[in-house]
Design a protein around this ligand. Structure first.
Ligand SMILES: Cc1cc2nc3c(=O)[nH]c(=O)nc-3n(C[C@H](O)[C@H](O)[C@H](O)COP(=O)(O)OP(=O)(O)OC[C@H]3O[C@@H](n4cnc5c(N)ncnc54)[C@H](O)[C@@H]3O)c2cc1C
Length: 375
């Protein structure tokens, strides 16, 4: 017994670093397969960083290069969330989404996105017919559009609560305010250092979001650098009902999917996120971001005055440079990649990481199994 932790935590099988949606999904999948350990969250709450600061959209897999990890885990994760939502009673709004070309100049880009969706094998994608376009024209400026029936919205706080509860009932300890300071391999194990003391773990799974790259550096893995891109949301102060998600075409900077409507579970409407490179985990909302989003909403959505949009919250996307060059995919590596037994890492999990989390967790399980077979 390690008295400093007040619980039996000196020697465990699995130490999951980070209590966002990825860490919790990994713990859930491992727990369902009979494995046990601890999830260590450095902050005061689970799911308080990127996980609690996004659009809550279950993406369908339209946007990502074919066969990239983003493409494959987005499609699998979307399906798995529908199952998890049912068994864990997580509210999910299967509203679908329209992707819209505002004028004829945007048609080629919309066509290209539609073709990518088809080539990616995304189900339930169809061009808007005349009736759809008429319905859409009550909400936005539209020239042409397609509908993605597999896109939807999930109640993220409910998902975090449900997963944490499940993970605990499957035998995992979940601790907040436990910042992992260092990970050191020791024989076939790892020593995980915290302010409260040390833990020995057979497997360490680095799901630390914005903290993931600095942890891996301590293991001598230096080819990645973190990049942060902030996204702000504004809340609509009046009641208005939008039946679907409505997205413009993605921004040319490749950093975001375009400022869209966000359908909250309670029926409230938000708009965002914009894209703004940033240096620190600073969630303050600038006037520049407010003006940018108001302007963008005004030029696309009907019936919304700029002053009816007020600051809500911001999130920060976790992206990567690989040897100094932008790296656009998720980074999921195990011992076969970096030759450190029992260490698995997930870095650069930006959008669609919420959607992909269950599928990423299944991939972690596969790595664990193959590592155990080689023991
Ligand atoms: C603006 C925005 C919009 C987005 N929209 C969508 C969307 O609509 N759909 C979608 O699928 N995805 C979306 N995403 C992406 C999605 O939010 C992320 O991919 C997902 O939340 C990543 O989860 P995570 O668990 O990896 O990271 P996080 O939620 O950031 O969790 C990592 C956790 O690790 C903890 N931690 C860090 N360092 C340490 C340490 N040393 N010790 C212990 N704990 C530590 C942190 O406190 C944090 O809680 C969006 C992201 C942003 C920012």
């Amino acid at each position: 017994m390690n008295r400093k932790f007040g619980i039996k935590l000196d020697n465990i099988d699995f130490c999951i670093v980070g209590g966002g949606i990825v860490g919790l999904s990994v713990a859930y999948v491992l727990g369902q397969n009979g494995y046990q350990g601890a999830v260590l969250e450095g902050g005061p709450y689970f799911g308080d960083q990127s996980t609690g600061r996004n659009s809550g959209v279950l993406h369908a897999g339209l946007y990502y290069p074919k066969n990239s990890l983003k493409h494959l885990t987005c499609i699998d994760g979307n399906l798995l969330w529908r199952h998890w939502a049912q068994i864990l009673r997580i509210p999910l709004n299967p509203c679908g989404k329209f992707v819209v070309a505002r004028d004829s100049e945007e048609r080629d880009t919309l066509d290209a996105l539609y073709l990518r969706a088809q080539s990616n094998g995304v189900a339930s994608v169809s061009w808007a017919n005349r009736k759809n376009l008429e319905a859409l024209s009550h909400f936005v400026k539209v020239d042409q559009a397609f509908f993605s029936g597999n896109s939807g919205v999930i109640d993220v706080p409910a998902a975090v609560t449900a997963l944490r509860r499940q993970v605990e009932s499957l035998g995992f300890l979940t601790l907040v305010n436990h910042i992992v300071q260092a990970i050191k391999p020791l024989g076939n194990e790892h020593v995980v250092s915290l302010k409260e003391g040390e833990i020995k773990a057979r497997f360490v799974i680095n799901c630390a979001g914005h903290g993931a790259v600095s942890l891996r550096r301590q293991l001598g893995l230096t080819e990645l650098s973190p990049v942060m891109v902030k996204g702000t949301y504004l809340r609509l102060t009046k009641k208005l009902r939008h039946p679907w998600l409505i997205y413009p075409l993605p921004g040319k900077d490749g950093l975001g999917l375009g400022i869209h409507n966000v359908l909250e579970v309670d029926g409230a409407l938000k708009f965002g996120p914009d894209t703004e490179p940033c240096e620190n985990l600073d969630y303050q909302i600038s006037q520049i971001a407010i003006d940018r989003i108001r302007e963008s909403v005004h030029s696309f959505f009907y019936g919304i005055k700029p002053e009816e949009l007020q600051p809500d919250l911001s999130g920060i996307r976790s992206r990567l440079l690989y040897n100094g060059e932008p790296y656009h995919d998720f980074w999921l590596k195990g011992p076969q990649d970096h030759q450190i037994p029992g260490y698995i890492e997930l870095c650069g999990i930006d959008s669609p990481g919420l959607t992909a989390a269950p599928a990423l967790a299944n991939r972690v399980l596969r790595i664990v199994r193959s590592e155990l077979e080689n023991d």
